[in-house]
Design a protein around this ligand. Structure first.
Ligand code: MYA
Length: 415
């Protein structure tokens, strides 16, 4: 890569940035400052109303042609029904998607997971957007939206959930991401949808909430061997293994896997439960069937059916998201379960989640992860989860909330 001029470091802009960094002032965001999102300068301004930041424009005024890409690249709509395209997307993400701060692990979403995550009820193929190199046709960037109804307090808003933004490592810092975000925005607007929800590990203008991941070791020896966790002070390996030991079977009577016939009862239970949070999805039976009915190696759901009344009283779920382990001699994959939606009305949440840990362990997961959203704080410490480093920020596009929300006010989990 010939780049003869040391332009990047000496530019005035970068001097300003380094000065701002050193003063820990909020960073400038050349792109995000132009977008209808909460701006840092407005934080704490209680005179601004809650709700859309700008009104919808007439559909006839939405740009009809895609945004311009640098001339070597072209847009492609990724057909996730095609095994071949699915494999291309899978490989792009496997090699270029999110890593931890120390670059030891990288998300490795499976093809089956991507096909599930991107094809919920009412999905738009046009929102699965790729960028290819014109000459080689190689897929070099990706961004997706899926439709969702998201409730914010008493308003149910049609939104896009934006995910899987990825630019090939060799094409970073060339301002491709803003073009991709503008293009997905345009295609969402064409469907007469004007709001979006997304999460990111980076701070952008402006999080509606900031959460933390917690990790529960299921296979502590492997986690320590691969550098995911460390032996605690005054701990031996055998004491650590004993500390994280779990029973062989769930302990709650009536605890079983969710089935198709449970969809109506689970929908009622979940809708009732999620209504207490400030932000949550507005799930109907079709959504519950898609998002929560178990799919092998993608999503697992269990419920408690009362042995006496046969009522469905409690529910828990987790999704499967392995990470590649970068540069370890002995292991290449970390098998992680991520807590999804959990509802307790009769079984204490602590006991329900302990049963979830037990089934996850039986399914050979190495670690069980959970955010501190919803009521999760009530079980994290007691069930021996430890806080992770790094945070997850939640964002809304073109929708302002009065204040930032506490993580426990969020009833939404994005994949
Ligand atoms: S979060 C996961 C994001 N993906 C990764 O972290 C994978 C590894 N990283 C990469 O592939 C690249 O680093 C990416 C940036 C692609 C992330 N969300 O092209 P650039 C801003 C939003 O030179 P690159 C997820 O998928 C950055 O602040 N913006 O940078 C949710 C700067 O803008 P500004 C981000 O490093 C995505 C500009 O991009 C993110 O080559 C939600 C720099 O562009 C980020 N995660 O590429 C997207 N990272 O100057 C928003 C950087 O202003 C959706 N940036 O600071 C918005 C709603 C749209 C729909 C609306 C409908 C109404």
């Amino acid at each position: 890569e010939a780049n003869p001029l040391p332009q990047d470091d000496s530019s005035l802009e970068n001097m300003v940035r380094r000065f701002q960094d050193s003063m820990s002032l909020p960073k400038r965001h050349k792109f995000w400052e132009t977008q209808p999102v909460g701006q840092f300068k407005d934080v704490g301004d209680t005179s601004l109303p809650e709700g859309p930041i700008e009104p919808p424009t007439p559909l006839s005024e939405v740009k009809q042609e895609p945004y311009n890409l640098p001339s070597q690249y072209e847009w492609t709509t990724c057909d996730m029904d095609s095994e071949e395209t699915c494999i291309e997307v899978y490989n792009l993400l496997k090699n270029n998607y999110v890593e931890d701060d120390e670059n030891m692990f990288r998300f490795n979403y499976s093809k089956e997971f991507l096909s599930w995550a991107l094809r919920p009820p009412g999905y738009y193929k046009s929102w699965h957007i790729g960028v290819r190199a014109k000459t080689s046709k190689k897929l070099v960037a990706f961004i997706t939206g899926i439709p969702a109804r998201i409730r914010v307090r008493d308003e149910v808003v049609k939104m896009a959930e934006i995910n899987f933004l990825c630019v090939h490592k060799k094409l970073r810092s060339k301002r491709l991401a803003p073009v991709m975000i503008k293009e997905v925005t345009r295609r969402v607007h064409l469907e007469n949808i004007w709001q979006a929800a997304y999460t990111a590990g980076v701070v952008l203008p402006t999080p509606i909430s900031t959460c933390q991941y917690w990790h529960r070791s299921l296979n502590p020896k492997k986690l320590i061997d691969v550098g995911f966790s460390r032996l605690g002070p005054r701990m031996t390996m055998s004491r650590t293994i004993k500390l994280y030991k779990l029973p062989d079977q769930p302990v709650t009577p009536g605890f079983r896997k969710m089935e198709l016939r449970d969809v109506p009862a689970v929908t009622r239970l979940l809708r009732q439960y999620l209504s207490q949070f400030v932000v949550s999805p507005d799930f109907d039976e079709n959504d519950v069937e898609h998002w929560l009915l178990p799919t092998e190696d993608v999503v697992d759901s269990y419920l408690v059916e009362s042995p006496k009344t046969h009522d469905i009283t409690d529910f828990c779920s987790f999704y499967t998201l392995p990470s590649s382990i970068l540069g370890n001699q002995n292991y290449s994959i970390l098998k992680a379960a991520y807590s999804y939606y959990n509802v307790s009305t009769k079984t204490p949440l602590l006991q329900l989640m302990n049963d979830a840990l037990i089934v996850a362990k039986k399914k050979d997961f190495d670690v069980f992860n959970a955010l501190d959203v919803m009521h999760n704080e009530s079980f994290l410490k007691e069930l021996k989860f430890g806080p992770g480093d790094g945070q997850l920020h939640y964002y809304l596009y073109n929708y302002r909330t009065r204040n930032a929300l506490r993580a426990s006010e969020l009833g939404l989990v994005l994949l």
